[in-house]
Design a protein around this ligand. Structure first.
Ligand SMILES: *[C@@H]1O[C@H](CO)[C@@H](O)[C@H](O)[C@H]1NC(C)=O
Ligand SMILES: *[C@@H]1O[C@H](CO)[C@@H](O)[C@H](O)[C@H]1NC(C)=O
Ligand SMILES: *[C@@H]1O[C@H](CO)[C@@H](O)[C@H](O)[C@H]1NC(C)=O
Length: 419
């Protein structure tokens, strides 16, 4: 495609600015243009597994995916046979158009996988821009799996901003994706290795990579803005390709390098430590990941024991979460997450499940449930925490492919008392 900007690029969804952002580190970044894509939150907990069980299944899957990557063996659904197949309970969904004339698909935004595919709900519609490749494609998820044929096609984000020749999967089979059409995978590109056949060693450029290589955005990065909400369905998030949206965060963005510790290093992995209140250490500096596909905030089992002792919470059998009395909640201290020397405060309100949605997860309307849960294994295994949706709803996050780093900033909602 031409690198010149046609007038359609000057439409709604592209902001041509020359903003100079000076962060705490002496780095001057010039932002020329970026794309904003609205995100809808969708809550649909059906099936037999609790939120915690689903999130723990996803951890097993992510570990298996990393192991497959590191050993060069393809990940088959047999490798994760113990993982229950239920729909993801809470999803952030972006609407993208494929083909010409375009068909719209609602796709789950996933930073823990990197394939983009359609056809789970609405089938893939072939048009004049569709090109079938010689490859079959298959990906296994904590919430199901899909297989199909790999195509290249025109993909549009918002009004008319198009990527030519985006590689996408067209599902012929999928399980665990009721109510959505597929996945928009914005994890590290290497996670696509092994998903194609016969081209088993090829990588598939993600949507972010192609926006960058086709000159549509000037920085190979994507930023995520989620907000806390007490509604089951709401459009309250934003995905920003190629830049950061200063209306979505306060102060500066503080970056941390991708951790060197495996398996967290295979994903958007960072080092962090967690403290409760002024001085109770919950988790000393260790590796974990930031993940849009995990609902809760998960920490190693020994760290959860320390958190439980500090808060006085008890396990709640119905929800799988920890539970507090209202008196205990009144005394709940903040958690402090320290990432690359910068500390982020996760308030008492941030630590609880929205009470308006208690009954939707099998809980009691008058109880207080904590969104911090166990990752299922002790610390020291190279993936000791997951900062999931409940965490991302309090902090703006930048996934920076070009510089192999993840950035965080406070938002107008960091200390909101929404829950
Ligand atoms: C919720 O999930 C169930 C089963 O998993 C599915 O049948 C239903 O269509 C979903 N509802 C929505 C609104 O997506
Ligand atoms: C992260 O922590 C590990 C030890 O837990 C350390 O080896 C590593 O240097 C730290 N930093 C990065 C960027 O990985
Ligand atoms: C815990 O919940 C499970 C299923 O939700 C149930 O089978 C079990 O009896 C419960 N245990 C207790 C101690 O309530």
């Amino acid at each position: 495609m031409s690198r010149g900007f046609s007038s359609s690029f000057l439409s709604l969804l592209i902001a041509l600015t020359l903003a100079v952002v000076v962060s705490a580190t002496p780095v001057v970044q010039v932002r020329e243009n970026f794309i904003r894509l609205p995100l809808a939150k969708k809550f649909n907990l059906t099936g037999t597994h609790t939120l915690l069980a689903r999130d723990q299944a996803r951890v097993q899957l992510l570990n298996a995916r990393a192991k497959a990557r590191l050993t060069g063996t393809p990940l088959s659904s047999d490798a994760v046979i113990s993982v229950p197949v239920d729909n993801q309970a809470v999803s952030y969904i972006a609407t993208v158009s494929v083909g010409s004339p375009p068909t719209e698909y609602d796709l789950i935004v996933d930073t823990g996988s990197s394939n983009t595919w359609v056809g789970a709900g609405q089938p893939y519609v072939q048009t004049s821009t569709s090109r079938q490749t010689r490859d079959r494609v298959s990906v296994t998820y904590g919430s199901g799996d899909f297989s199909g044929t790999e195509f290249t096609d025109t993909v549009s984000l918002g009004s008319g901003l198009t990527i030519n020749g985006q590689s996408i999967g067209a599902a012929t089979r999928s399980e665990g994706f009721d109510g959505v059409d597929g996945i928009l995978g914005i994890g590290p590109t290497d996670l696509t290795v092994g998903t194609l056949s016969p081209d088993t060693s090829s990588t598939i450029p993600t949507v972010t990579d192609n926006l960058f290589s086709q000159g549509i955005i000037t920085a190979d990065e994507v930023a995520v803005s989620f907000e806390p909400t007490t509604q089951e369905e709401v459009v309250n998030g934003e995905l920003t390709f190629g830049g950061t949206d200063s209306s979505k965060f306060t102060g500066s963005i503080n970056f941390a390098p991708i951790t060197r510790t495996s398996p967290a290093s295979e994903f958007w992995g960072i080092n962090e430590s967690i403290r409760y209140g002024t001085s109770t250490s919950i988790l000393s500096n260790t590796a974990g990941i930031v993940d849009t596909g995990t609902t809760l905030t998960l920490i190693a089992s020994d760290a959860l024991t320390r958190y439980q002792r500090a808060t006085g919470a008890v396990p709640d059998n119905a929800t799988g979460l920890l539970r507090l009395t209202t008196a205990q909640f009144a005394n709940l201290q903040s958690l402090f997450f320290t990432i690359n020397g910068v500390t982020f405060e996760f308030t008492a309100n941030a630590q609880i499940w929205p009470r308006a949605l208690n009954t939707a997860i099998g809980g009691n309307a008058n109880s207080v449930y904590l969104i911090v849960g166990s990752i299922g294994t002790p610390s020291g295994e190279g993936l000791d925490f997951i900062n999931g949706q409940t965490w991302l709803e309090r902090f703006y996050t930048v996934f920076d492919t070009a510089n192999s780093r993840v950035g965080f900033a406070n938002t107008p909602f960091t200390k909101a008392t929404t829950n």
